[in-house]
Design a protein around this ligand. Sequence first.
Ligand code: PRX
Length: 663
Amino acid sequence: MLSLHNFKPKIGNVTRNRAGIVTLKQAIKKRMNSRIRNLEEYHKAYQESVSQPEKFWAEIAAEFSWKKPWDKVLEWNFRDFNVKWFDGAKLNITENCLDRHLESRGDQVAILWESNNPEIHGRQLSYRQLHTEVCKAANMLKNLGVKKGDRVCIYLPMVPEAAVAMLACARIGAIHSVVFAGFSAQSLADRIHDAQCAYVITADGAFRGSKSIALKEIVDEALQQSPSVKKVLVLKHTAQPVHWQEGRDCWWHEELEGCSEHCEAATMDAEDMLFILYTSGSTGKPKGVVHTTAGYMVWSAYTFRNVFQYEKGDVYWCTADVGWITGHSYIVYGPLLEGATTLMFEGIPTWPDAGRFWQIIDKYKVNIFYTAPTAIRSLMAHGDAFVYPHSLASLKTLGTVGEPINEEAWQWYYDNIGKGKCWVVDTWWQTETGGIMISPLAHITPAKPTYATLPLPGIQPVLVNGQGEEIKGNNAEGNLCIKFPWPGMLRTTYGDHERCRLNYFSTYENRYFTGDGCRRDFEGNYRIIGRVDDVINVSGHRMGTAEVENAINEHPHVIESAVVGFPHPIKGQGIYAYVICDHLPQQPEQRKKEILEMVTKMIGAIAKPDKIQFVSGLPKTRSGKIMRRILRKIAEGDTGNLGDTSTLLDPAIVESIRDGALQ
Ligand code: PRX
């Protein structure tokens, strides 16, 4: 493994070797430079990132370990959507997450793990131990037949082995596709099928508060529809009995035995796929967002470093699950790339009681805490009595992610958790963006409640109006787009590049469209208002309305349904389903129960509608399009003025739906 200063540049090829000519001394200086220390440095970095993006990113990338430098920093066009960062470079991300730190911090804790059960001792893995575990697991995967480029589905609880499994895949060049362990067998099967995974890594079960979930059973059910799967590697965690299929199933601990602690890291191209992560869109089934190796590495590390201002020795805790992008970028890759101590928690915030988060913060003396507004609102609703017994004195930075945070929750977080002395960073980003895009930098950017504030260096946001024109100037509102590539952006959606191009790059020419509505204030701070497409955000989880409708429609007595979001005091948005059945149900409560069961079966409990209203028709235009605007208003309880309904095929249906909603 080499650092860039070891490379001999080829004379006469300046672009190719811009990074190659960085000397060790310069690289160390640059390393200092890429950590932004104050607002002036932020503005300077931002300007540089816009005026000389290739130079800017080459200098940051020079801090990592590469097996070969890049030929070109950036190549892009948004028309066909083709983006390449650091093309021609060779590297392995795990050498940057692990090997690179062994000398300087081999004995420092890399992963701290807190069990679901507070009575059970947690675990910790130093960088050296994690390196060993990853190498052994990588050899285990090789022994099972996993090869470079194979897709491996990971369906695990929040245990250190989830991170080990991801890194072991990356070590040998396999592509991981982590599926959140709350998804149903059907969702899991869909994702396994789409990525054509030949291997699944799971556990016997998962603990979640007082419950235990039979993960292996869910996998078994999913695999009835997944002929692509050759092997299932099972981690013994809950020790519950499992069904066993000889020849296919194998135990993690048995396979690991005798595996060597040395595993040469596969040489990967900068643009080789690192992982696939499924996320919901406004149409069809969830799509497999693809992130590639080098750009994602640079972006997740750079954003982690600057947004959280992590200092050596800090304990950092992100409460997300590794099944979501936040877990990928800010539990595993970002923190490990930066040599941080990252805490993983298996359980839930409200078990054994609503003080669990705060108890854990005191137990590990957490300095940086990153969670979702839904968790804040829910814990706020449980009352301050759960907070006060805990000192929380170690905290210095608080983060939020996943959904808009309302002012009341922001203030409560700041006052009661941060005790008025912590920086709050409201970080806006998406599965597709790979890492944080708009956010204050802790202890640097003045915070403004409910605002994600300023774009990170490298991010060029624009607001676009209904006609597709860029809205220049401040104090404006529009659809949020990004007009220049950044290293961590998605490269495609697995198996369907055209779908990716259409989804993100066809609405507005030459721009990535985020799907979010956004406001820019007088000072240029950004506030994300919410989705403007048919995606709803429930407890920070992204859900396509079409996906929920398809699940509801699976019920044999359902003819059609329409799903919209409505404001929910804890979840941010709740799910409201208007359902047409073949006959108006005689026992509506029973039918509702069946529909909820169907959604749980098809997607998972997170997609269960909060309200179901049986209707006799839906407000459709003459061309057959459902007018969701009207349904949203009714769901919000705003039935006074439903706007123009004259273009509807049957305007009378609106009144009947409204009357039904009021009952
Ligand atoms: O609507 C935005 C919302 O979450 C969406 C992205 O969801 P997902 O891909 O699941 O990633 C979530 C974690 C990064 C966005 O389109 N969102 C995310 N962060 C914020 C947010 N909305 C408001 N404020 C945020 N800080």
